[in-house]
Design a protein around this ligand. Structure first.
Ligand code: ZN
Length: 302
């Protein structure tokens, strides 16, 4: 029996390795509030357990994650009064109004969640397949290492589909590079896993059918490193990029993200916090498909 509604929790090698899998395959692992709260609990559980050395973050179904859940029935219920309402909809800013509500809720459930996972006292490996879109990127960027299968594409579509300047955790320039980030955000195009490998974002590319087993072997290799050395290697890198401005840049970009939401609330009659067709943003449900960024084509399928 699973301890989680939206996740799978598995252990290997007498508990030295934990695999947490996003488990909403029919929704392409769209991240609803319940999933994010469970994910925080699962990471904390792995962190508290002295037996655990490596945590793998994976996804069930056709793709790793399509991003935040902004449209499903479940997601709507979580924020509406009634039996389906998630308890966190009425705490941590959930009962406040306007920009304060959005800022506080996103600070707790997107921004601080992600920072906490990035700073987990264990080595974390994201294991990705299919597509990794928008908030899916936030999850994998919080991990220390990323491995994936040959078909994987990475894209942040919130610029072109929601009129937003990226996700709440703006790791983009640190992962894609500054100029590539501008291009990818302005077009919504995807990069393939080979490019992500060349950028240093991805460590290993495995065949789809071997992905889970090879990732486990990779995790075993890392689990053999003494825990103190492993943690201090992680922390030395994290403190270096923090000294380079990573932490402060994340904070200021979170503020810009909130300004972006406030703009849409201000201009829209229905006061929703993302762009709409009346303001030049195509409805994301019938937006053109995500295509790969190709260097000699304006748009790959045009
Ligand atoms: Zn947001």
């Amino acid at each position: 029996m699973s301890d989680y509604e939206f996740l799978k929790w598995e252990t290997f090698d007498d508990g030295q390795i934990v695999r947490i899998s996003l488990n909403r395959p029919e929704q392409r692992n769209a991240q609803n509030r319940g999933m994010l709260v469970e994910l925080d609990q699962a990471f904390a559980r792995a962190e508290a357990d002295d037996n655990v050395r490596v945590v793998i973050l994976a996804g069930e179904g056709p793709m790793f994650s399509s991003g935040h859940d902004i449209g499903s029935k479940k997601a709507r219920e979580e924020f509406s009064p009634g039996p389906g309402q998630h308890p966190t909809a009425v705490i941590n800013g959930g009962t406040r109004e306007g920009a304060e509500k959005i800022m506080l809720q996103e600070w707790h459930y997107f921004f601080q969640n992600n920072l906490r996972w990035r700073n987990l006292r264990k080595i974390t490996i994201a294991q990705v397949h299919g597509d990794v879109f928008s908030a899916g990127l936030m999850l994998i960027w919080a991990c220390d290492l990323i491995v994936g299968s040959e078909e994987v594409r990475f894209a942040d579509v919130v610029g072109t589909r929601l009129g937003m300047c990226g996700m709440e955790y703006f790791g983009h320039p640190w992962e894609f590079g500054p100029r590539r980030t501008k291009e990818l955000m302005l077009t919504g195009d995807a990069i393939g896993i080979e490019e992500a490998y060349r950028l240093g974002m991805v460590s290993k590319i495995f065949k789809r059918e071997e992905l889970a087993e090879r990732t486990l072997e990779f995790a075993r290799r890392i689990a053999a490193v003494p825990t103190m050395a492993a943690l201090l290697i992680k922390e030395s890198v994290n403190q270096s990029v923090d000294a380079m401005g990573f932490y402060n840049a994340l904070q200021s970009c979170f503020s810009l993200h909130q300004l972006n939401h406030a703009h849409w609330v201000g201009v829209r009659d229905d006061r929703r916090a993302v762009g709409d067709e009346a303001h030049g943003v195509p409805n994301w449900r019938d937006a053109p498909p995500v295509v790969s960024a190709v260097k000699d084509k304006v748009r790959a399928d045009a």
